[in-house]
Design a protein around this ligand. Sequence first.
Ligand SMILES: Cc1cc2nc3c(=O)[nH]c(=O)nc-3n(C[C@H](O)[C@H](O)[C@H](O)COP(=O)(O)O)c2cc1C
Ligand SMILES: O=C(O)C(=O)c1ccccc1
Length: 389
Amino acid sequence: MGGHWADFQYEIYLNGMSGAVPRLPTDLTRLEELTERRLGPGPVGYVAGSAGAGSTARANRAALDRRRIVPRMLRDVHERDLSVEVLGRTLPAPLALAPIGVLSIMHPDAESAAARAAAARGVPFILSSASSTPLERVAEAMGDAERWFQLYWPKDPEVARSFLSRAKAAGYSALVVTLDTPMLAWRPRDLDQAYLPFLHGVGTANYFSDPAFQAGLAKPVHEDPNAAVMHFVGMFSDPAKTWPDLAFLRENWDGPIVLKGILHPDDARAAADAGMDGVIVSNHGGRQVAGSIGAADALPGVVEAVGDRLTVLFDSGVRTGDDIFKALALGARAVLVGRPYAYGLGLDGQAGVEHVIRCLLAELDLTLALSGHAGPGTVGPGDLVESAV
Ligand SMILES: Cc1cc2nc3c(=O)[nH]c(=O)nc-3n(C[C@H](O)[C@H](O)[C@H](O)COP(=O)(O)O)c2cc1C
Ligand SMILES: O=C(O)C(=O)c1ccccc1
């Protein structure tokens, strides 16, 4: 029998025969509290926090929790295959690591450790523009494993062009363009601690190492780091962009382009009309618009609008294998997970991120099997009902 992701379950129990239990909890919702105890309130507040009074983060959970799986019996699930086609490639499972900036606030090995974990498990790693490690160094840590580059679309087109050509040269295959963050939202947890990592220079590695970015500075970064940080703050994203600007990206990137932060079916149609390859239905983990629609509530409308034209991915609130199952059933091709792997990184570096990936996929594998599915391909809206709670 070929290996199943679910085998992790028996690996854990067998290790237990010699007295070992997992180094981290297998219920990933417990990681936030453990990380806070380990790292203190500043970094964890930044990662765990969300916009406003947190209503969008809660809506993300409610939209997933309200949907319930209706398992089916006697459907031969002894051999399972979790692989999916995404943007012309076969992934071993419907999962990728979401772009998270400033990961060095969690662990000194930061993006390189997370990327190595993703590579070890065959899961795509999406590197943030705002990484603490330059994109070339992260690529080196990954060998030829699947990596995508997330673009915060800078105001300066020369910096944008430079990022795209650097990412291409370093072997990033797909471009993820985040549209929901033309500026940072009102985030009380960070405001109350007056804590913003990149004011301390964290998350600026791609910019400070970039010749086009440096060309915009009066003095070299090391001579006036504060001016360099302020230049970054003023240009990392551009609230003046509109849909016709996407032509610039199509001209300067010849691989797949995915727009991240799509919630309205009309925006999804506009993405398809602009020649994009995919969308990520996401509200940035509830970190941008407080009071926004729960991401899973936006998924069916987007799938109905463009499911036959674009690859539809999903994130925001995924914490368990059954959450992934529900997103697949609502029409997502694959999901991204964010905060849980940041906590895994904070608690145990690369091994902690691998733990998160293996737990999520073992649980997904078991959820599929126990619900009557040998793979993601047979999962659909008919596998869910909506309940009051
Ligand atoms: C600390 C932190 C930093 C993030 N940085 C970025 C980023 O640089 N670029 C981006 O597109 N999304 C960023 N995101 C959003 C994630 O990519 C993703 O949409 C979100 O975390 C998914 O929700 P989840 O954390 O509930 O899984 C960040 C999220 C967190 C928690
Ligand atoms: O904090 C975030 O959600 C985020 O997207 C971001 C933006 C700029 C720098 C670092 C992270």
